[in-house]
Design a protein around this ligand. Structure first.
Ligand SMILES: Cc1cc2nc3c(=O)[nH]c(=O)nc-3n(C[C@H](O)[C@H](O)[C@H](O)COP(=O)(O)OP(=O)(O)OC[C@H]3O[C@@H](n4cnc5c(N)ncnc54)[C@H](O)[C@@H]3O)c2cc1C
Ligand SMILES: *[C@@H]1O[C@H](CO)[C@@H](O)[C@H](O)[C@H]1NC(C)=O
Ligand SMILES: *[C@@H]1O[C@H](CO)[C@@H](O)[C@H](O)[C@H]1NC(C)=O
Ligand SMILES: *[C@@H]1O[C@H](CO)[C@@H](O)[C@H](O)[C@H]1NC(C)=O
Ligand SMILES: *[C@@H]1O[C@H](CO)[C@@H](O)[C@H](O)[C@H]1NC(C)=O
Ligand SMILES: *[C@@H]1O[C@H](CO)[C@@H](O)[C@H](O)[C@H]1NC(C)=O
Ligand SMILES: *[C@@H]1O[C@H](CO)[C@@H](O)[C@H](O)[C@H]1NC(C)=O
Ligand SMILES: *[C@@H]1O[C@H](CO)[C@@H](O)[C@H](O)[C@H]1NC(C)=O
Ligand SMILES: *[C@@H]1O[C@H](CO)[C@@H](O)[C@H](O)[C@H]1NC(C)=O
Ligand SMILES: *[C@@H]1O[C@H](CO)[C@@H](O)[C@H](O)[C@H]1NC(C)=O
Ligand SMILES: *[C@@H]1O[C@H](CO)[C@@H](O)[C@H](O)[C@H]1NC(C)=O
Ligand SMILES: *[C@@H]1O[C@H](CO)[C@@H](O)[C@H](O)[C@H]1NC(C)=O
Length: 537
């Protein structure tokens, strides 16, 4: 706490200094931005051929480097703002220098690991910006004796899973489903997957991290202190520094797990079964995770309710758990498939028939135009509410909902233990999902509007004051701040949705470690006092 108080004082001192400087100090970039930047980088790393990792728009590989990790066509257009410089570090010293040189030149920095941010915040900015692309920093080391893994942020979770599996068939890590998702954003933003009810989130299983701060210094957990270590486990890395790596606590899984996927239409009593799911999915045995996908089918005028399950046990026990806890779904042994944990990852993300090596394919991603929103449910939707939801989804045609049950381990972890606050009391999270192929502004307006209309419709059913949201389903509709001058009041609007009562502690940590608000984006954590990072236009 003393450190935090001291940092308040530090923050105000810095504010005064900046105000003093404001009148007569402006960032002048003489010559080209690139030359100045390259000079700064080279001065710091003269022995190193640093120019081979710095791209300007004239470099022939600038566009392919930029596009390699764009995962949403909405931000792949000619009018999408582009970085003046891209750096693809090979050493942590390149990261250190990039921070210092960008800051010296008053340029916004965007940090990209896997590029899956749903609003493109890791590689798009409306002010002059440098893109720090972490994809080359992706080493993974797994220590089965110690049951840990150390993974650099540029690795994908598919690579992480593959490397764990190579060493042990009975260890895993509780992260997401899509193998191309990047470790850097996924873990610093929370990160959940099918092991969530048993083991919690990614951030509940992190034991150390390394980060480069605003001054270019590298810290591990001991050196950064528990406040910052707390903040980067769910508060989003991008507000605090550049995370280089995480050390993970591996978890144990049986040699074989069991999965099933069954789908029901309205004619097959989907309404009753979905209604029932709300009362059991968060309370059932925590070895079991049953996701529910809801999809409108306008040609047949029905809803497809698809139940996909992951179970840490064999089919016999799964059938028994289902028969006792959720008989309405009528699961029998022949609905179930037994397989190794790594095969179950393929089952969820693609197809069990694929070779395991497919998890290593970084470019295996078919990008569409995409938008996501999120909500939390604390009381079940009444049956007539479910029926009105079906009518709304059929009217809107294009929005699908993905319902992920909580409970189990998620309810055992306190709301304040990590910045991720949506723990006990939440039955499930809703993901609103639309993907489309049609180019252009009209289609975009249409699809975005459909998600907003459904979100509005759901208001009476979902969490309130604040209406919860999941950081990793980044959604700029819930509020934004001014890049470089994020205010506490703007930040509180989206910050309390993502972090509830943890927002203020995140602000304190932010003020302590980045009082000048260098690490800024539309939804970054603000400093206590509104701070303006001096930036070139
Ligand atoms: C197809 C798909 C499937 C998904 N499935 C799941 C899922 O199963 N479970 C789940 O929880 N989420 C899921 N997500 C959401 C995903 O977890 C988030 O989008 C996550 O932030 C992506 O991490 P990234 O490194 O790929 O993204 P990026 O776009 O690179 O980064 C996301 C954010 O983190 C910041 N950041 C990235 N790296 C660093 C770093 N090294 N230091 C500091 N800040 C950093 C970025 O600046 C940005 O603000 C999915 C997303 C997609 C597109
Ligand atoms: C790069 O510069 C940093 C800071 O000056 C220094 O610590 C580091 O050793 C340099 N790295 C290389 C590879 O030259
Ligand atoms: C980009 O072009 C400059 C010359 O304009 C060159 O020095 C630099 O090495 C190139 N960068 C990369 C990454 O190829
Ligand atoms: C890119 O090339 C153009 C035309 O040759 C030149 O005017 C411009 O200065 C170059 N930009 C950079 C960043 O090198
Ligand atoms: C982005 O556009 C380029 C063409 O300019 C295309 O090759 C690439 O596949 C696109 N990427 C995404 C994610 O849409
Ligand atoms: C950037 O500016 C464009 C055009 O002004 C706007 O449509 C877009 O929403 C802005 N993006 C962000 C992330 O603020
Ligand atoms: C953290 O870094 C310090 C200084 O480099 C080192 O002494 C310490 O052993 C590190 N801690 C861990 C857990 O690695
Ligand atoms: C796991 O499944 C494989 C293949 O189906 C089987 O050979 C093996 O005996 C199973 N292991 C256990 C512990 O059930
Ligand atoms: C739907 O439920 C009714 C009554 O609960 C039952 O009679 C009927 O068989 C069920 N239909 C299907 C397809 O399961
Ligand atoms: C959004 O969609 C709703 C329902 O489909 C429609 O009534 C409304 O006019 C649309 N709004 C905009 C701005 O397109
Ligand atoms: C920064 O934001 C504060 C509060 O919103 C505002 O009063 C101030 O004028 C802004 N400063 C600049 C330079 O935009
Ligand atoms: C960064 O360096 C400045 C100037 O030396 C110092 O005032 C500030 O406290 C440092 N920031 C952190 C987070 O250590």
């Amino acid at each position: 706490m003393n450190a935090i108080k001291r940092s308040y004082r530090l923050c105000s001192l810095l504010l005064i200094q900046i105000l003093l400087l404001f009148g007569f100090y402006t960032h002048v970039i003489s010559g080209s931005v690139y030359d100045t930047f390259l000079e700064c980088m080279s001065n710091r790393n003269s022995s190193d051929h640093v120019s081979s990792v710095i791209y300007n728009p004239n470099n022939s590989s600038y566009i392919s480097t930029l596009q390699a990790y764009i995962r949403n066509k909405r931000f792949n257009t000619s009018s999408t703002p582009k970085p003046v410089i891209i750096v693809t570090p090979l050493h942590e010293t390149h990261v250190q220098s990039t921070i210092v040189c960008s800051k010296n030149m008053g340029m916004n920095l965007r940090i990209r690991s896997g590029g899956h941010d749903f609003e493109g915040l890791s590689y798009v900015s409306n002010v002059t910006f440098v893109l720090l692309d972490m994809s080359n920093l992706r080493s993974i080391s797994v220590d089965i004796e110690e049951e840990t893994a150390t993974v650099q942020v540029g690795a994908t979770i598919g690579e992480l899973y593959y490397n764990i599996w190579k060493k042990s068939k009975v260890h895993a890590f509780p992260a997401g489903v899509c193998p191309t998702v990047g470790v850097g954003g996924h873990i610093s933003g929370g990160g959940y997957g099918v092991l969530m009810r048993k083991y919690g989130l990614t951030v509940d299983n992190i034991i150390d991290a390394t980060i480069v701060d605003v001054n270019g210094s590298v810290f591990n957990r001991t050196l950064m202190g528990e406040d910052l270590f707390w903040a980067i486990r769910g508060g989003g890395g991008a507000s605090f520094g550049v995370v280089l790596s995480f050390k993970l606590q591996l978890v144990r899984v049986p040699e074989n797990v069991t999965v099933f996927r069954v789908s029901k239409t309205l004619e097959e009593n989907a309404t009753d079964i979905v209604n029932r799911w709300q009362y059991v999915a968060d309370k059932i045995d925590k070895d079991l995770f049953v996701r529910l996908n809801l999809k409108p089918d306008n040609t047949k005028n029905t809803i497809h309710a698809s139940f996909t399950a992951f179970f840490l046990g064999n089919p016999e026990r799964l059938v028994s758990v289902m028969t006792t806890g959720f008989p309405e779904l009528g699961i029998q042994k022949n609905d179930c498939k037994s397989m190794s944990w790594i095969e179950s990852e393929l089952f969820w993300s693609s197809n069990v028939k694929n070779p395991v090596e497919i998890l290593l394919e970084r470019s295996r991603f078919s990008a569409k135009f995409a938008k996501r929103k999120s909500d939390y449910l604390q009381t079940p939707i009444p049956r007539d509410g479910i029926e009105s939801l079906w009518r709304k989804m059929l009217e809107l045609r294009v929005v699908e909902l993905v319902l992920n049950p909580y409970g189990g381990r998620m309810s055992e972890i306190g709301d304040h233990e990590t910045p991720f606050p949506h723990r006990a009391g939440n039955i499930f999270k809703i993901e609103y999902s639309v993907n489309w192929d049609e180019e252009g502004a009209v289609a975009k307006g249409y699809y975005l509007n459909q998600t907003r209309v459904l979100y509005e419709f759901m208001t009476p059913f979902v969490s309130k004051n604040p209406r919860g949201a999941y950081l990793n389903y980044r959604d700029l509709d819930i509020g934004t701040g001014v890049v470089g001058n994020n205010s506490y009041t703007d930040g509180k609007v989206y910050g309390e949705k993502y972090f509830k009562g943890n927002f203020d502690r995140l602000v304190k940590v932010k003020t302590m470690v980045d009082g000048d608000n260098f690490f800024t984006n539309e939804q970054s954590i603000p400093c206590l006092t509104s701070r303006r990072m001096k930036m070139v236009k």
